[in-house]
Design a protein around this ligand. Structure first.
Ligand code: ZN
Length: 153
């Protein structure tokens, strides 16, 4: 097991370790057309020519017909219908790379900070003479909190 220090080093380790054939090898019409560059028929649209390109160095891909571009993790996720984190986990297990022991977020795609609760309403309950007894504060997402008014305050 290789230990990594964060998501970036985890991804780098996978990119170094994985052969492009394991990611892009199933594509049709693969041709090497330059330094570390390959083209193929795009798997995301009905492609009559080689609109799809990838690098065997960075493992990034791009479709010049407009299907998008991204990392090999995006590519695998799109082909297999998996989330980014599922792809990362699956590859780490397959290639013997331990997930980083960190709470680092996955460059914002994951563990998005929980939305701060916001007060959407305040209800003040009063007694017969109009003196406030307690206040109910409604938050979104739904929780309630009651604040008591203490006599004399
Ligand atoms: Zn395409």
């Amino acid at each position: 097991m290789i230990q990594t220090t964060g998501w970036q080093s985890y991804k780098d380790e996978l990119i170094n370790r994985i052969n492009w054939r394991d990611v892009y090898g199933h594509l049709t019409g693969i041709r090497e057309y330059g330094d570390e560059r390959y083209s193929a028929q795009c798997p995301f649209h009905s492609d009559g020519e080689n609109s799809f390109a990838f690098s065997n160095k960075t493992m990034k891909w791009k479709c010049f017909a407009g299907c998008g571009s991204g990392s090999m993790f995006d590519f695998i996720g799109r082909v297999e219908g998996k989330s980014h984190i599922e792809v990362l986990t699956q590859l780490g297990e397959k290639y013997g790379i331990a997930k980083p022991d960190t709470n680092n977020t996955l460059s914002g795609e994951q563990n998005a900070p929980l939305k701060a609760k916001s007060v959407v309403a305040e209800y003040v309950y009063t007694d017969e003479v109009g003196k406030p007894k307690h206040k109910e504060i409604r938050y979104e997402p739904k929780t309630f909190r009651q604040e008591r008014y203490i006599d004399g305050e």
